[in-house]
Ligand binder design. Structure first.
Ligand code: HEM
Length: 524
């Protein structure tokens, strides 16, 4: 039966929307939609959690939000579903040969070397750093208010600086000084609007990139010399970062003594140790070390900043929830003070249920990476938790795929399935996490059964780092400030940026990534 199914191109039996364009398929529509998720939600409603769209040059693309399919693709069969060349090579041009673009065995080596730096026990030691940077940011807001009752501010810019300073110190013991230097910080300038700028998809560029899946990789690597956008931007960014990277490495190599390196679990010690390892299984080259540093800076700052930005936006839209959250934080503060402590411990932060639920809900509702393409490396059968109806009216419970099949697993749509998240899945409601059944189905993601950090062997290595960072920064912000929507009644768009999204003001896309809010001091 199976052999027969595979011969008969079973993928074409999966229903889906008619293609808007032979050359561009739905891919261009996905990356230019007004609000990220609009198309996916419509397809989810029409076809169920699994459907078929057209990619560039008319290829059939399987799109799925089905938890069992996600589990299969990312966990059970993870190295049989690899990253798509056209996307991966862009990332490689930007970061160099680091963990996020390496594949198969190569990736296993990177991951094995880096894992110890991201253990839960080690990450907890960063809490004082997160709190120090959080306090610094909050003090700067107070200075800017300078006695006024309220002020308008572009929150994402601030959060970006705070998370940049945090990743610099946490990973490399290096001070980027982004909060001190503000908009003038060279590294912040270099990264500003990166994701929205390099992903401005004209139809021509989209088609050009689509050809990459058919071009040998060594040739693709030469594209980094193309004297046009987005390559110029990527090249400049990598150039600038290489300067930082060399400086950091010089400083660290001079400071680190061999004794300390062999025991230490911080990122720099681990990288320097791996650089001089005699065993090829645990060695990293100079280029790989530089790429690792770049990757951590890139993956570790804007991601968390964007998620927190969407979170502050939701709190501004939901003042009653914001008030409950503040009360929870203030009550705990009273307890901390009665203990005679100056700051929240990890246990204190973990006890803030409403705060954690707001974080979970924002990761569910605003997954800043909304889908991640994968390509099957061999013939396989993908199981489904939710059967679908075929083009000929039969029920399908699994989908046979050929090697080479392109799949867009949709995190955005998965996180809206009502059967899993509740009838109110389409609204931001952190209280859903008080219901014990929420998300308790097929095990998929690394955190709260969400897919926002992806899943399996290539899932986000920094998810726990990011959660603690958000817990610390959010408590700091909400304890000190009331957030409300900007008086100018802007409409905020979840604007597409590659496979993800960034907040933008409708009609003011020229400002790049921007989410303005009003802040006022909490009356003590
Ligand atoms: C809310 C915040 C974050 C989100 C939503 C997020 C999301 C993701 C996703 C979806 C991936 C998979 C990418 C792919 O397969 O192409 C990933 C990978 C990665 N992330 Fe994160 N991330 C966040 C924060 C962080 C932080 C704070 C760090 C570092 C401290 C980090 C470091 C990495 C690294 C190194 C990888 C590559 C892992 C590998 O390929 O093995 N991320 N992240």
């Amino acid at each position: 039966g199976l052999i027969h199914l595979i011969r008969t191109k079973p993928i074409q039996r999966v229903r889906g929307p008619p293609s808007p364009s032979f050359l561009l398929g739905h891919e261009h529509a996905l990356s230019t939609q007004n609000e990220v998720g609009d198309l996916e939600f419509e397809w989810l409603r029409t076809y169920g959690p699994t459907w078929r769209i057209r990619g560039e040059f008319g290829i059939h693309v399987l799109m799925t939000a089905d938890p069992k399919a996600l589990q299969h693709i990312y966990h059970k069969s993870a190295y049989n579903y690899t990253k798509r060349t056209s996307a991966n090579i862009m990332a490689e041009i930007m970061t160099g040969p680091g963990i996020a673009v390496s594949l198969g065995r190569d990736h296993q080596r990177h991951r094995k070397i880096m894992n110890p730096a991201f253990s839960a026990a080690h990450l907890r030691t960063f809490l004082p750093l997160f709190q120090r940077i959080g306090t610094k940011m909050v003090e700067q807001w107070k200075t800017d208010l300078s006695g006024a009752e309220r002020m308008s501010m572009v929150v994402n810019k601030w959060l970006s600086r705070a998370t940049m300073d945090i990743i610099g110190e946490a990973a490399f013991d290096y001070q980027y000084g982004a909060l001190d230097k503000g908009a003038g910080s060279p590294i912040i300038k270099a990264y500003d609007n990166l994701f929205s700028d390099i992903n401005k998809p004209s139809a021509m560029v989209a088609l050009f990139r689509a050809t990459w899946d058919y071009i040998p990789i060594p040739i693709l690597r030469l594209f980094r010399f193309v004297p046009a956008e987005p390559f110029t931007r990527l090249r400049n960014l990598r150039g600038l970062f290489t300067e930082y990277g060399k400086q950091i490495l010089r400083e660290q190599r001079a400071e680190i003594d061999v004794e300390k390196v062999s025991k230490s679990k911080d990122v720099m010690s681990i990288l320097i140790k791996a650089n001089s390892s005699a065993d090829p299984q645990t060695r990293l080259s100079d280029a790989e070390i530089m790429a690792e540093m770049f990757t951590l800076t890139l993956a570790g700052h804007e991601t968390t900043a964007s998620t927190l930005t969407f979170l502050t936006y939701e709190l501004a839209k939901h003042p009653e929830y914001q008030a409950r959250l503040r009360k929870e934080i203030q009550d705990r503060r009273a307890l901390v003070m009665s203990r005679g402590d100056a700051s929240f411990s990890m246990e204190d932060l973990d006890s803030l249920t409403l705060t954690m639920n707001a974080i979970k809900e924002t990761l569910r509702f605003h997954p800043i990476v909304s889908y991640l393409p994968r390509v099957a490396t061999k013939d396989d059968v993908i199981p489904l938790a939710y059967p679908i109806v075929s083009t000929t009216g039969e029920t399908i419970t699994e989908i046979p795929v050929h090697a080479g099949q392109v799949i867009f697993p949709s995190f955005m749509a998965y996180q809206r399935i009502k059967d899993i998240w509740g009838e109110d899945a389409d609204v931001w409601n952190p209280d859903r996490w008080l219901r014990p059944e929420t998300g308790k189905q097929t095990k998929v993601g690394v955190f709260a059964n969400l897919m926002t950090f992806s899943a399996g062997v290539q899932a986000c290595i920094g998810w726990k780092f990011s959660i603690i960072e958000m817990q610390a920064l959010l408590a700091e912000i909400i304890e000190n400030f009331e957030l409300s929507l900007s008086s100018e009644k802007h409409t905020i768009r979840r604007a597409p940026a590659g496979f993800g999204m960034v907040p933008m003001i409708e009609g003011r896309e020229d400002l790049g990534t921007a989410l303005p809010l009003q802040v006022s001091l909490v009356q003590q």
